[in-house]
Ligand binder design. Structure first.
Ligand SMILES: [Ca+2]
Length: 256
C-alpha cells in the first residue's frame, strides 16, 4: 500500500481545516465501508428486535465507478453510475467558493454544473480544481428553492493522481434559525443548520488515473428536501502539490 493512501483527513488539513468532525474520523475505504455497513446492519437489527415501533432509518448508499486510463473516453459512461446529465436539477444552481482557492489553470467554478465535460484525460480548462498545494476547500451550490433530492453525482477525470475523489457533502433547506449560508472552513456546518449527507472516498490501491463517477442515493429514494449543498473537497494525496481532484461535473437529481 502506498503511503499516500494511508493519510487520514486530519493530516490533509493544511491552511484550511474543514470542520465538521471529519478530522476526528478516519476515512474508510470501500472494504471498510462494507464492514461498517454490515456492523450497522447488525446493530440496527438488534435495535429493531428490541423496539416494537421503529421509524425507518435513512440509508445513504455511495456507488463508485472507475474507468481506468485504458477505457476512459469522452462518453463518460460507467457500469452503474449514470452518465453526467445536462438538464439535472443542479444545472441552474449557483456555485460559490465559500472558503476555497481555485487553481490559476482551473476552469471557472461554473464548470461544475455547465453540463460540459472534458474530452481528454488532462484538460485543466474543462475541470474545476483547487489551487496546487492547498489543503482543501469548501464550495456551495444554491438551487434557489427546496427540492426533494434523489441523487448527488460527481464526476472527475485525470490521467494521474488528480483522478480520484475525496469529499464530504452537507445539505440544508436553509430554514434553521441559526442557519449560516456560508460557513467558513473553521465552522462546523453541523452547528449552523447543515446535515452531513456522505463522505466520499474513491481511492483504492490500484492506479489512480482515469474517470471516476460517484452516485450518492438513499434506499428510500430521497436524500431529503434541500436547497443548499456544501462540498468540502480534500486533496487525495499530499506527497506533492498535485493532489486536488479535476472535478468535471456535479449533478443534482431531483426525485421524480
Ligand atoms: Ca462541466
Amino acid at each position: 500500500m502506498r503511503i499516500t493512501k494511508q493519510i487520514s483527513l486530519c493530516n490533509l488539513c493544511g491552511s484550511l481545516c474543514l470542520c465538521g468532525g471529519i478530522s476526528s474520523k478516519k476515512i474508510h475505504h470501500r472494504d471498510t465501508e462494507n464492514h461498517r455497513g454490515f456492523t450497522e446492519k447488525i446493530i440496527f437489527t438488534i435495535f429493531t428486535l428490541l423496539a416494537p415501533v421503529v421509524v425507518a432509518q435513512a440509508q445513504v448508499r455511495i456507488t463508485i465507478d472507475h474507468n481506468d486510463n485504458k477505457t476512459a473516453n469522452a462518453e463518460f459512461k460507467f457500469a452503474r453510475v449514470p452518465a453526467p446529465a445536462r438538464n439535472d436539477a443542479g444545472a441552474k444552481a449557483i456555485l460559490r467558493l465559500v472558503d476555497a482557492e481555485a487553481d490559476g489553470n482551473s476552469a471557472d467554478i461554473g464548470a461544475l454544473n455547465d453540463g460540459l465535460l472534458p474530452d481528454a484525460e488532462d484538460q485543466p480548462r474543462r475541470n474545476f480544481f483547487l489551487n496546487a498545494g492547498t489543503g482543501g476547500g469548501r464550495l456551495r451550490m444554491d438551487l434557489g428553492s427546496v427540492i426533494t433530492l434523489a441523487q448527488i453525482n460527481s464526476y472527475s477525470w485525470h490521467s494521474g493522481s488528480r483522478g480520484p475523489q475525496l469529499y464530504r457533502v452537507w445539505a440544508s433547506d436553509g430554514t434553521s434559525p441559526n442557519f449560516n449560508a456560508e460557513p467558513k472552513g473553521t465552522v462546523d456546518p453541523a452547528s449552523c443548520g447543515w446535515k452531513s449527507i456522505a463522505i466520499v472516498d474513491t481511492r483504492t490501491d490500484e492506479e489512480d488515473g482515469g474517470q471516476y463517477g460517484v452516485s450518492i442515493t438513499d434506499e428510500s429514494g430521497s436524500l431529503g428536501k434541500f436547497r443548499y449543498l456544501l462540498f468540502d473537497l480534500y486533496p487525495v494525496e499530499v506527497a506533492d502539490n498535485s493532489g486536488n481532484t479535476f472535478y468535471s461535473e456535479i449533478d443534482l437529481v431531483a426525485k421524480k
